[in-house]
Write a protein that binds this ligand. Structure first.
Ligand SMILES: Nc1ncnc2c1ncn2[C@@H]1O[C@H](COP(=O)(O)OP(=O)(O)OP(=O)(O)O)[C@@H](O)[C@H]1O
Length: 703
């Protein structure tokens, strides 16, 4: 195993990723968790030994100081002899100074080791998380991941580093004080040590409950962070729909769980502490009782008794510390479980073994060959038998209804996933044989959502290519029509932006992303809905920069927006994970099939809204036959989808226009059709009060 590498297979049963998502964090014994993270201490272990050495010296110094104290009591105090004071006093001072220096060095070094370990562990987990597939992030709440990367990481430290240092320190101290106590009076020491198992019994009694309650606390902690994070990132929805009470309730529920766990944890710890304090008192009383009797018979001096009591006093904290440490480690195991759960999720793709084939800058031929793909955990195919080829410099548009599998194509092209069947090839080489970093250098993705770094505008463009010059950044911004608006920003290229920045409009953010992609200068581009979310004006503003970006590059554009369709060398219409039509814009329009209907609906050129209600594609038993263009067809499963969109769009439009009497159907529960009618394609045409659902003069323009 490499330096600092943590074994990724946990060795526990049920490694199935989906099971973990579904059934929660698997329980792991402390020993397994410790073994799992111990490799991360490589390179730090020699320093750990040094800390232990310091601990031994400090404990020895302390022991010696107590023995000197006994000497002082018997010779200087009891006999009232000032002359007998100086030698032991100087000795005591010397021992104390040495002890202090050694303790200081040991504690400082321990803190250094601890923080290095935390940094290493966090880096390791973060690096792992960054490789995980998109669906992992859909299945895990962000706030929960944050809490795992912060507090859970720190809890492992208490188990692996502080735990070990603390255990060693406590064990050495206990050993020396016990040895000194035996040396002073073995019979008295043996009598008091008979009670020692009581400490162990007390710790054992509490450890199970403390682990349970800390697990609950950690889960609740993650849930609180999640709710706060989700709520703040959705603040507009919260305020616009007056959901503040609902959000507060949501937070309240999680906070209650945390509150219960936290109070219970304190109660358990406190009960344990007090029980131990009582056991200690029993031991001390036993010593004093026996000691009084021994002094009365002249077999012991007062100095010896005090020193003996001091040893016991010093002995209990480490003994108690050892038991407490057991509980702390047990509690930390709950955090370890949560991290191990993440570390056990394997990335959906890995770099090819032996580094893969580096083909150099490719010409940009992209081929998708008979690809089939199902998302992990999903039971329906997202893509099936999908094949197409794009030659260097060609523009291919992939369109089709929502959920057809368009974005999935982009995920396979960038190799976020490998297909279950078939291959994706770049210049004839399967992408799974290319080093991942190379592939993503050659194929640039402009994703559906505009991604912005929390940094300056310059850094946001420059992240397209490491080490890009000032001039290259500015040229890219000019080509993306972004230069002008950037100069108008308060600090120009040095203006800070962030993902929620209100400083830049959607169109401006998109042009920033285009500048970044221009700078990246990859031979292949994958554009996922580059104009989605932009209004018509903003969309028009990005068309020119997009054209500049696409010039000379193989481009696969996934889009509903067919404005650029006439430019495309080929259009692929995808539905239910298959290509159902392919050709150039004019050919497809002339064919009057699925594409023509998509295009008409988008361009608002439909004269009869009944056409909007038609299925784009009829699902036959043999696959997908084109739906007839005639009006009045029914009985397509797909029709429900179309109908629903038309209905939603129309309802929205009516609401927006403040349709007369809108309020009168505020309590309207749905259009007038029975459920199975809906599923079986009876498209509703009227509202409950008889008014028509569709208004022919203003058809809903979406697809
Ligand atoms: N992470 C996922 N896990 C399971 N199923 C998924 C996942 N992501 C997408 N799907 C499913 O795969 C199918 C194709 O999704 P995809 O996102 O590719 O559609 P799309 O055509 O891009 O849709 P849209 O136009 O709405 O973006 C859909 O049925 C979707 O529900």
């Amino acid at each position: 195993m490499r330096e600092g590498e943590v074994n990724s297979s946990s060795g526990h049963e049920g490694d199935d990723e989906e099971d973990e998502f579904e059934y929660g964090t698997p329980a792991i014994p402390a020993r397994t968790a410790f073994r799992r993270f111990w490799p991360l201490t490589r390179g730090l272990r020699k320093w750990l030994l040094l800390v232990w050495a310091c601990t031994v010296l400090a404990a020895l110094a302390e022991t010696e100081a107590i023995l000197v104290f006994s000497d002082l009591t018997d010779n200087a105090l009891q006999k009232g002899s000032p002359a007998a004071f100086w030698t032991p006093a100087v000795k005591w001072l010397g021992v104390a100074v040495v002890g202090a220096v050694v303790a200081y060095a040991g504690n400082s070094l321990a803190a250094w080791i601890t923080e290095r370990f935390v940094m290493r562990l966090r880096d390791h987990v973060f690096d792992h998380v960054q490789k995980l597939p998109p669906h992992f992030f859909q299945n895990h709440r962000q706030g929960d991941l944050l809490s795992r990367l912060t507090s859970d990481v720190e809890s492992i430290e208490t188990m692996v580093v502080s735990g070990l240092v603390g255990a060693a320190s406590a064990a050495f101290s206990a050993l020396f004080y016990a040895a000194a106590a035996f040396w002073l009076r073995w019979d008295l020491a043996a009598a008091t040590f008979v009670l020692a198992p009581l400490f162990w019994l007390a710790a054992r009694r509490f450890s199970g409950s403390i682990k349970d309650v800390s697990r609950q606390g950690r889960v609740a902690d993650g849930a609180i962070t999640s709710v706060v994070e989700e709520s703040l990132s959705n603040i507009v929805l919260t305020q616009a729909y007056d959901r503040r009470d609902a959000e507060r309730r949501r937070l309240g529920e999680e906070a209650n769980a945390w509150f219960r766990a936290s109070v219970r944890s304190t109660r358990l710890n406190e009960a344990y502490e007090q029980l131990v304090a009582v056991i200690e008192t029993v031991c001390v009383l036993a010593v004093i009782g026996i000691g009084a009797w021994e002094i009365s018979t002249g077999r012991m001096t007062l100095g010896q008794l005090l020193a003996f009591a001091a040893f016991l006093g010093y002995l209990y904290p480490p003994v108690r510390g050892l038991a407490q440490l057991g509980l702390t480690v047990t509690a930390a195991t709950a955090g370890a479980e949560r991290l191990i759960e993440i570390l056990d999720v394997r990335p959906s793709v890995e770099d090819p073994r032996h580094g893969g084939t580096d083909i150099g800058r490719p010409d940009g031929t992209v081929e998708v060959r008979d690809v089939g793909f199902t998302y992990p955990g999903a039971d329906t195919l997202a893509l099936q038998g999908l094949s197409f080829k794009v030659d260097p410099g060609e523009l291919v548009i992939v369109t089709g209804p929502s959920g057809a599998g368009k974005s999935t194509v982009s995920k396979l092209l960038l190799r976020f996933y490998d297909p279950d069947a078939g291959d994706v090839l770049l210049d004839g080489v399967p992408v799974r044989d290319l080093p991942l970093a190379r592939l993503r250098e050659y194929v640039t993705l402009l994703p559906q959502e505009t991604l912005v770094l929390h940094d300056t505008v310059r850094a946001n463009i420059a992240c397209g290519r490491a080490g890009a010059s000032e001039q290259a950044i500015e040229e890219a911004a000019r080509a993306a029509d972004a230069h002008e608006f950037i100069l108008r920003l308060p600090e120009g290229y040095d203006t800070k932006v962030d993902p929620n920045s209100a400083r830049l409009s959607g169109g401006q953010l998109q042009r920033l992303a285009i500048a970044r992609a221009i700078l990246r200068d990859a031979p292949v581009l994958v554009l996922d809905e580059p104009t989605t979310g932009l209004d018509a004006m903003a969309a028009r503003r990005v068309v020119k920069p997009l054209r500049r970006l696409m010039a000379g590059r193989t481009t696969i554009m996934i889009t509903h927006d067919l404005n650029l369709a006439p430019d495309a060398d080929r259009i692929l219409v995808v539905d239910h994970g298959r290509i159902v039509e392919t050709g150039r814009h004019e050919e497809l329009l002339a064919r009057g099939g699925a594409y023509a209907r998509l295009h008409r609906s988008q361009n608002n050129a439909v004269t009869d809204t009944a056409e909007l209600r038609l299925p784009l594609f009829a699902e036959g038993t043999e696959g997908f036959a084109e739906a007839p263009a005639a009006v009045g067809q029914a009985a397509y499963g797909y029709q429900a989808y179309e109908g629903q969109q038309a209905y939603e769009g129309q309802q929205g439009q009516q609401g927006y226009e403040g349709h007369e009497g809108y309020g009168s159907y505020g309590a309207w529960q749905g259009p007038s059709y029975a459920h199975d009618q809906y599923v079986n394609a009876a498209v509703p045409t009227t509202l409950p009060d008889g008014r028509p659902l569709f208004r022919d003069e203003e058809p809903w323009p979406g697809i």
